[in-house]
Design a protein around this ligand. Structure first.
Ligand SMILES: NC(=O)c1ccc[n+]([C@@H]2O[C@H](COP(=O)([O-])OP(=O)(O)OC[C@H]3O[C@@H](n4cnc5c(N)ncnc54)[C@H](OP(=O)(O)O)[C@@H]3O)[C@@H](O)[C@H]2O)c1
Length: 296
């Protein structure tokens, strides 16, 4: 195979199209439901990266007609206080989706908070019930970043059946659910991680290579099979002679010479994640029934 340079998998453009579709869908549903969809984003503390992510999400909500119920809590907020906020949001008929922005301050238990969210309002798709539905292949709210990766592959008609897919990273947020989604699409899946030996030997076998690590430019051209599809989930901020910027796990300029398809960072998986969050909110909203619990 002779690759000149890889075709870009344009997550930014696709995400914009998805937002436009969601906007139209909301306009239709709103006449039936009688209110706009609502997404509650809970932020605790002053992490600047979290603040930027939340701003992005709120901007995207405004674009499609979802009401944001953003709530910002001081760093010393207790677990009990947050549990109570989540219980109230579970009962609030204006709210279709709830998400807790991670990371949380160290004294808080993120897993226990996620358990409090009504699985049918679990916009991030991280509640054990939704992860269980994914394992069983049942419909449910799917984790946003892996769902965004799958949607991007689908958009570019990338064949997965029988292909070797290598996911690097085994987090509950990305690596594990993504591996399950690829498996459901009949790929042959390998999950590599920090204890895997000879990572290049593993990555070289991948028809579809998806690093989700958070190590700037870990993947170099010599680690990639000629003609592979490379989807870069990693995002790291680095400061060098060029200045401060975001980079992925993939050394983009060298890998694009061997890959057939590649995502940029930024503009690849990041915008897809936000669009899947909104899609999950609209999915919950579309199932809204008048007998749902009323706001107190
Ligand atoms: N684009 C988006 O929308 C989006 C969304 C979510 C996350 N992200 C980005 O994706 C990256 C991963 O996020 P995460 O939450 O999954 O991170 P995480 O929880 O820190 O997981 C990182 C994974 O990478 C593995 N790893 C670390 N160093 C490695 C190495 N040298 N070789 C192979 N594997 C290695 C770890 O292995 P062990 O399990 O053995 O420690 C772990 O499984 C981050 O850069 C994050 O910012 C992007």
């Amino acid at each position: 195979m002779d690759i000149k340079t890889a075709q870009i998998l344009d997550g930014k453009a696709l995400a914009e199209r998805i937002l436009t579709e969601l906007r139209s869908r909301i306009q239709v549903l709103q006449t039936e439901v009688g209110r706009p969809p609502g997404l509650a984003v809970l932020v605790v503390g002053n992490d600047p990266a979290s603040a930027a992510y939340v701003r992005n999400k709120e901007r995207a909500c405004a674009k499609v007609g979802i009401t944001s119920f953003g709530q910002h809590f001081p760093t010393d907020t207790t677990q009990v206080e947050l549990d109570q906020v989540i219980q109230a949001l579970n009962q609030d008929a204006q709210v279709d989706g709830i998400l807790v922005q991670l990371p949380l301050p160290k004294h808080l238990d993120a897993v226990s908070l996620l358990h409090q969210i009504d699985p049918d309002k679990d916009a991030d798709g991280l509640h054990p019930v939704n992860l269980g539905r994914l394992v069983r292949g049942e419909p449910g709210l799917r984790s946003c970043t892996p769902a965004g990766v799958m949607r991007l592959l689908e958009e570019y008609d990338i064949e997965l059946q029988g292909k070797r897919a290598v996911v690097i990273g085994r987090s509950i947020l990305v690596g594990k659910p993504l591996a399950l989604m690829l498996l459901a699409a009949d790929a042959t899946v390998t999950i590599a991680h920090s204890r895997s030996s000879d990572l290049p030997a593993i990555t070289k076998q991948a028809d579809i290579l998806i690093p989700a690590v958070g190590r700037p430019e870990l993947i170099t051209a010599d680690m990639v099979k000629l003609g592979a599809v490379v989807v870069d989930v990693g995002i790291s901020r680095i400061t060098d002679t060029v200045g401060s910027r975001l980079v992925g796990d993939v050394q983009f300029n060298s890998v694009r010479e061997v890959a057939q398809f590649i995502t940029p960072v930024p503009g690849g998986v990041g915008p897809m994640t936000v669009s899947m969050l909104l899609q999950n909110t609209v999915l919950s909203y579309s199932k809204w029934r008048p007998d749902a619990p009323k706001a107190t």
